[in-house]
Design a binder for this molecule. Structure first.
Ligand code: 2P0
Length: 338
């Protein structure tokens, strides 16, 4: 075993994943498609701890709580089973934005951890198997293994992985309305949706339809169709989520105002389309040459950041190792001033 460091970026789905066919294997009820970003990365170092009796997780320079540690330990059990080893590890992970706010997502976290842990345990995985492994940590993490626009196939354990598909260049404007940790986790909210929404089966079948149309629109470079599906599918997902018992609402009045402002921009000649995940923040896709002008128009709603297609998860060198907790506190402070 060896100490390894990896970096991965979050992804934002244009065709959403919302619901599982298998909770343990984390198989989705339908396929999805996302854009991996070039901002908001997670960097993770895995250090072998052969004498330790349990895994330890340091998150942004602080010892993680039992719930967070258990979740990565369960994931690492799977890595240990694949490697045929029993070693515990120390995981040091650093996010460039606050954890749980809907951007420093479990996607970048588990994609970075899967990449670093696979290397630390000397697993020689191809891109497909690395994506399958990341999926076991968090479903959407499998889409942060490949770069750019990725489709995550529904299927069984062997066939459910994500891979890059051809697509036109685009930008995404992230409008951060609220950085607070969300009240209900995606995992819990998905369970509640499948268990209580009368619309769930229609959601699953219509998602497969949209995914097929989306992959075709990407291959054809048809930005208009990509955008129409993106906005429609996001609003469908939020309608579905609001139909649970008890209801859950992730969008707030500012989120809706951003959807309206983007629709207005469209009428005025800037073609752009909105989407939102399990929180109030809105992501807007736009052609590269329109990105800065639209970001300026949306800047009154919150922090805006123009991002583009980013790289897949990758290993870094020892120079990029995440420092231990004490040193990490200082490094995080420096980072936040930048
Ligand atoms: C997505 N989301 O496609 C959707 C849209 C949030 C809204 O994937 O239970 O954290 O770990 O597989 O991956 C968030 O779900 O859930 C998510 P688990 P995950 O991006």
């Amino acid at each position: 075993m060896r100490t390894t460091t990896a970096r991965a970026y979050p992804n934002i789905a244009l065709v959403k994943y919302w619901g599982k066919a298998d909770e343990e294997l984390i198989l989705p009820a339908a396929g999805s498609l996302s854009l991996t970003l070039d901002h908001f990365e997670t960097t993770t170092t895995v250090v072998p701890a052969p004498d330790a009796s349990s895994d330890v997780l340091e998150l942004d320079g602080t010892l993680a709580d039992a719930g967070q540690t258990d979740r990565i330990s369960t994931f690492l059990d799977h890595v240990r089973a694949l490697a045929g080893r029993d070693d515990r590890v120390l995981v040091r992970s650093r996010n460039s934005v606050p954890t749980g706010a809907g951007l420093a997502s479990s996607a970048s976290g588990f994609a970075a951890l899967a990449t670093a842990a696979a290397a630390a345990f000397d697993l020689d995985l191809n891109a497909r198997d690395l994506s399958r492994l990341a999926r076991r940590g968090s479903g959407s993490a499998c889409r942060s293994i490949p770069d750019g626009i990725a489709v995550w196939h529904a299927g069984d354990d062997a066939s459910s992985f994500a891979e890059t598909v051809p697509a036109p260049d685009m930008r995404m404007i992230i409008v951060t309305v609220n950085r607070a940790r969300k009240a209900v986790s995606s995992r819990e909210a998905m369970r509640l949706t499948a268990a209580t929404s009368p619309f769930y089966s229609g959601w699953v079948s219509s998602t497969e339809d949209y995914l097929e149309q989306m992959v075709a629109a990407c291959a054809a470079g048809d930005f208009t169709r990509i955008g129409e599906i993106t906005e429609s599918h996001a609003l469908r997902m939020h309608g579905l989520i609001q139909s649970t018992v008890p209801p859950i609402r992730f969008l707030n009045p500012t989120s809706h105002a951003i959807f309206d402002a983007v629709a207005e921009a469209r009428e005025n000649g800037i073609e752009a389309y909105s989407t939102a995940d399990a929180g109030p923040n809105v992501a807007v896709i736009v052609r590269p040459h329109d990105a800065e002008a639209l970001a300026e128009k949306l800047s009154g709603f919150g922090d805006v950041r123009v991002v583009g297609p980013g790289p897949g998860a990758h290993l870094l060198t020892a120079d990029d190792e995440v420092p231990p907790a004490d040193a990490a506190t200082t490094a995080a402070g420096e980072g936040s001033r930048a």
